[in-house]
Design a binder for this molecule. Structure first.
Ligand code: B12
Ligand code: SF4
Ligand code: SF4
Length: 386
């Protein structure tokens, strides 16, 4: 089969498999490699040290598959018809990012990419190699998607497609097959800066530049340790990931809704109650998040995040659940419970803080108390704590 016919057949198959986007680009050195290295050297990857490894593979995909000729990028819509985070204002609830409401996309994407790979092998019997990735390897997925014409990179750094918006997962097949290639599409951000203006932690430090160390998605999912003191206020009610810079994007205003059943919100994951999340025991956590992206934070990380949201709620009804968390076996939970208590009660929390300081043996928790006590001395911090 010739390259033209094979390309058409592959694209047709991506549609029947349920993919919403497809774009094919030639394998080879990416002009974006330098951008990537600059990003790393600015420290923007934070603690995600795996991003510093195998840079040469990200720069040129042929270092993953020698002899690769084509990258077939596939996109899968995960948007549902539930309202955006920017319209949910109930301070008793936390926000889980849209991408994490249903089943883990890595599994869903892998199944479809594997089926596409089987199809290509059958259609082109001489094909030696096909490799597949979806957030599972050293591949600059957005860059390949852009070169395959699947969309442009927005100022929020997401891949945006004119028809489908940016609620799209990416995955790709790398193959030694020669195919017909798509052209890039123009950047349609224009003069808009909504995402930059709306980011509550200033993570979009410039158009097209994201500093992970300030991004709520990083702070609530990737960061395993305590959340930096001064960034907690900006996290608002986000307890797993963040959708704000996509919620405000005009290209998502009319984003189509997916018919992928596995991305529909599981019960309890759309805008969950903060009391319920902070009270999860280890077994409940495991059962609720089996096969869900949320399991990545582990129980202690999710409760850490919920306590930050509670601290930001300004709602004293949460004090009993915060007090429960002060007795949690995980120091990470105790640290953020102390902070939440301070945020909810201001100077009224002083007695509790001092009494915990007497009995606490974990150094990181003691440090947190000292930080809070120091902040109490500063009137501007006190004001912020309500
Ligand atoms: C590390 C990582 C993160 C980090 C850093 C994100 C970032 N913006 O760099 C954190 C934890 C913050 C994160 C957050 C999210 N992530 Co993430 N993440 C990744 C991961 C693993 C690597 C990305 C990376 O290498 N970043 C470093 C930067 C420098 O690279 P880059 O963003 O890919 O940009 C390159 C090109 O796009 C190009 N480029 C960038 N800007 C421009 C501008 C111009 C003009 C040009 C010409 C080129 C260009 O050059 C860059 C360097 O080569 C990818 C999977 C993968 N393997 O690619 C998923 C991925 C990017 N994440 C994804 C998702 C869904 C998210 C979240 C929406 C999840 C959430 N709701 O919380 C947020 C979105 C936050 C945001 N605004 O980006 C999707 C994005 C899909 C899409 N439509 O864009 C990916 C592709 C996973 C997937 N397979 O679907 N993520
Ligand atoms: S995901 Fe949230 S914190 Fe991260 S850049 Fe977008 S708006 Fe900012
Ligand atoms: S909000 Fe505006 S600037 Fe940001 S990605 Fe969307 S169109 Fe581009």
């Amino acid at each position: 089969m010739g390259a033209r016919r094979l390309t058409a057949e592959i694209k047709r198959r991506t549609r029947t498999l349920g993919f919403d986007l497809v774009g094919i680009s030639p394998a080879g050195p990416l002009p974006d490699g330098q951008r990537y290295k600059d990003w790393l050297s600015m420290g923007h990857a934070g603690e995600m040290h795996y991003l510093e490894r195998r840079v040469e593979r990200r720069e040129d995909i042929r270092n993953i598959l020698p002899g690769a000729k084509s990258v077939i990028t596939c996109g899968l819509n995960y948007n549902t018809d539930a309202p955006y985070s920017t319209s949910c204002r109930d301070n008793k609830k936390g926000w889980v990012a849209r991408y994490a409401w249903g089943d883990d996309y890595h599994d869903v994407m892998d199944e479809k990419l594997s089926a596409l790979s089987d199809f290509i092998r059958a259609a082109a019997p001489g094909t030696a190699e096909i490799m597949r990735y979806s957030d599972t390897g050293p591949v600059l997925e957005r860059a390949h998607a852009r070169y395959g014409g699947a969309g442009w990179i927005g100022k929020n750094t997401c891949l945006i497609n004119q028809e489908t918006g940016s609620w799209i997962f990416l995955g790709e097949l790398i193959t030694d097959l020669e195919l017909e290639y798509d052209s890039t599409v123009p950047d349609r951000c224009g003069t808009c800066t909504r995402c930059i203006d709306a980011c509550p932690t200033g993570a979009l430090t410039a158009p097209y530049t994201l500093d992970s160390r300030r991004c709520i998605s990083y702070l609530t999912i990737e960061l395993k340790d305590k959340i930096p003191f001064d960034l907690r206020d900006g996290i608002g009610s986000n307890i797993f990931g963040c959708d704000i810079c996509q919620d405000v994007c005009p290209w998502n205003r009319k984003a189509p809704v997916t018919d992928e059943a596995s991305f529909q919100a599981r019960p309890g994951l759309y805008n969950p109650g903060l009391v319920a999340v902070s009270s999860l025991g280890p077994d409940e956590f495991r059962a609720l998040f089996k096969g869900s992206p949320v399991k990545r934070t582990k129980r202690r990380g999710l409760i850490r995040n919920a306590l930050v949201a509670i601290g930001n709620s300004g709602d004293a009804d949460f004090v009993p659940v915060v007090n429960e968390c002060l007795g949690d076996e995980e120091p990470l939970v105790r640290i953020h419970a102390l902070w939440a208590l301070w945020k909810l009660e201001g100077k009224g929390s002083l007695g509790a803080l001092l009494s915990v300081r007497e009995s606490e043996s974990d150094q990181s928790v003691i440090e947190e108390i000292d930080n809070i006590l120091e902040s109490m001395e500063k009137p501007e911090r006190l004001k912020a704590s309500g």
